[in-house]
Design a protein around this ligand. Sequence first.
Ligand SMILES: NC(=O)c1ccc[n+]([C@@H]2O[C@H](COP(=O)([O-])OP(=O)(O)OC[C@H]3O[C@@H](n4cnc5c(N)ncnc54)[C@H](OP(=O)(O)O)[C@@H]3O)[C@@H](O)[C@H]2O)c1
Length: 346
Amino acid sequence: MVATHAPDTIRMIPDSPRETPMPDPTSLATKRPAAPASSWGERVTIRPPASVLARLTRGVWRQASRNPRCPATPRLDGRTALVTGGGRGIGVETTRGLIARGAEVISASRKPHDLSLPARHLPLDLADLGAVARSVDSLASLLDGRRLDLLVANAGLWPTRFARSAQGHEIAFATNALGHHALIRGLQARDLLASGARVVIVTGDIYVMARECTPDFAYRTALGGQLAYCRSKLANLWQMRELAARHPELCVVAVHPGVVASELGGASRGVGGTVKRALLLSTEAGAQTPLFCATQPGIRSGAYYHNALGRVELASDDPAADSSRAAAFWDLLEDLVTSQLATGTD
Ligand SMILES: NC(=O)c1ccc[n+]([C@@H]2O[C@H](COP(=O)([O-])OP(=O)(O)OC[C@H]3O[C@@H](n4cnc5c(N)ncnc54)[C@H](OP(=O)(O)O)[C@@H]3O)[C@@H](O)[C@H]2O)c1
């Protein structure tokens, strides 16, 4: 079935047997209660990046009613998962959701998480390549011969002012992109990822505002920090694309969780916080798309899932669809990680 609309709107294209069921093509435009999971994994084509504003608006419009609710099954008993940034925000709700389904979860972040969370905590500072390598060592001890069935690369930083990582790289690049690359490559080098493991990389659809991501990006204002964040989220899509292509033994996806009232970019208190919580998704709702991609059958490696749009097919001129830029970015990350390992400087 094909339902083609005007060029600037979403075009539904046929489903394949490996995907979740095809929804009613009108569903994206219809006001309805929170989308049942079975109607959410639809394939869509997004208009090219010339319409960044339209795309971001379309993603947020009535997002609460289009956000999926991840089914409670299948159970994950006996499965082991690592969630970066699993101690607060979307990450803590993702951790809770995985535990509720029976998984053993290790939550990794700089600060210890809430002790009421029945997950083990792994100290991890993604903004320091030396610390990431030490965390991989600690994880190997924690796992004690087992391997991870699932990695949710969720941790993220939206800088409000310019800062550098331990190795001197711009902080959003270092935390959101390079640190996760070092972690994943470290897990692979130590054979800590099971064959067939899922890797869910949490990006943000705001990446469409960026065209580039480099370690030497400099800025003076909070607006520059926003752009640094967008660049790092574009990087996350390039990482997903390359990891999926180079490692077919893994199932690798990128996820936009929705626009969520978390502490990203700083905690909002008082009236600002109240307004934010009223307008945006709760962190529990924001965890549903990562959980869906982490747990459900029919998830396609190399795909990008958006909380309100389902599986997104990127237009060929979307910055995230640029395979040569993605490959070059992968090489850059490899060089930076390798040179850190060679010098051993923290
Ligand atoms: N909120 C949104 O509207 C939104 C929209 C699109 C995408 N996302 C993405 O969703 C993910 C989760 O964000 P959130 O909204 O839940 O934000 P959050 O509440 O600020 O949580 C961020 C998490 O990242 C961890 N983290 C930050 N820097 C780290 C570092 N250097 N090393 C290790 N962990 C670090 C934090 O833990 P510690 O501080 O303890 O280290 C925290 O657990 C991010 O990737 C974000 O880009 C969010």
